[in-house]
Design a protein. Structure first.
Length: 299
């Protein structure tokens, strides 16, 4: 074998070894209302599925609080601003996430992770997968929980009458993304979280820049969702202003037409992805998720 061929062979071996040593991009997960980071029947099971599907994968499932009980409670009672600040600290202190990560948010965890990428750009989030997230908020909470039905019934009544009262905004997470289409100005002035991250009061160019830094922003809608009202919010749609019957798509909204978040450019460049699947809220088949989400965006 000539010296040139030996050099080529050595280079090929080194390249192959370097390729094999590359670890998969870590994943951060954020659970939804009434759930926790680590229940074996919810995010714990999904974490196991991800690790089985991507050898060597590191998954950080966010726990907001000192234990699982606090994590569940904080999903109802700790303002999203505080939760996002804590999540940012957890991620920045996790050395395995230092070079960036992908993120999967389930239900309200979807909009919380979007708030995170807009407010906490380092380390960088690469791909954001929103699984049933409510990015234009909600107006109604039917079938809102099976685990804590009494709590949810109280929340529903409270939101219907006093969503934008300061004490409700400060003490109830779901009030911060309650979006009353009948009173749009009251919503913009009173919403302490959603109206901010949607740039509906003051335009933050940092929010726009940080969101546009994503490689992909994947929005998953559940076609038979009876939990989220309206279901179009999972694709950034919502009710047309002034009523609560007819809905409009993201492209028809002022959020898109006025390009408040830079979503128009993301959509035109192919960064914004719209996926849908049959089933009720958060009820998806793993084979569907693996084919449509894991393979193209997480591997």
């Amino acid at each position: 074998m000539g010296s040139c061929a030996i050099v080529v062979l050595i280079f090929a071996v080194l390249l192959q070894n370097a390729w094999c040593d590359v670890s998969p991009t870590p994943i951060v997960m954020w659970h939804g209302m009434g759930d926790s980071c680590c229940f074996p029947f919810s995010l714990g099971a999904i974490k196991d599925k991800l690790i089985d599907s991507i050898p060597g994968l590191y998954v950080h499932s966010l726990q907001i609080g000192d234990n699982i009980i606090e994590d569940v409670e904080n999903g109802y009672l700790m303002h999203p601003d505080k939760q996002i600040k804590l999540a940012c600290e957890l991620i920045q202190n996790d050395t395995q996430l230092a070079n960036g990560y992908n993120a999967i948010g389930f239900s309200q965890g979807g909009q919380f992770l979007r708030g995170l990428v807009q407010r906490c750009p380092n380390p960088p989030m690469k791909n954001l997968i929103s699984v049933g997230g409510q990015h234009q908020g909600v107006y109604g909470l039917p079938n809102c929980a099976t685990v804590a039905a009494t709590v949810c019934d109280y929340i529903r009544k409270l939101l219907n009458y006093a969503a934008y009262e300061e004490w409700v905004q400060n003490g109830l997470v779901q009030a911060t993304y309650w979006h009353d289409p009948l009173n749009p100005e009251e919503y913009k002035n009173g919403s302490t979280f959603l109206a901010d991250i949607n740039n509906e009061r003051e335009i933050s160019q940092d929010y726009v820049k940080n969101l546009q830094s994503l490689e992909h922003f994947v929005l998953i809608k559940f076609d038979d969702d009876t939990v989220v009202q309206p279901v179009e919010t999972e694709w950034f749609g919502f009710y047309k202003p002034g009523q609560s019957v007819e809905t409009q798509s993201l492209e028809e909204s002022d959020l898109y037409k006025n390009d408040l978040l830079g979503l128009k450019g993301m959509n035109e460049s192919g960064k914004l992805k719209f996926l849908s699947t049959p089933g009720n809220h958060l009820k998806f088949q793993w084979d569907w998720f693996a084919e449509n989400v894991l393979e193209p965006y997480l591997k």
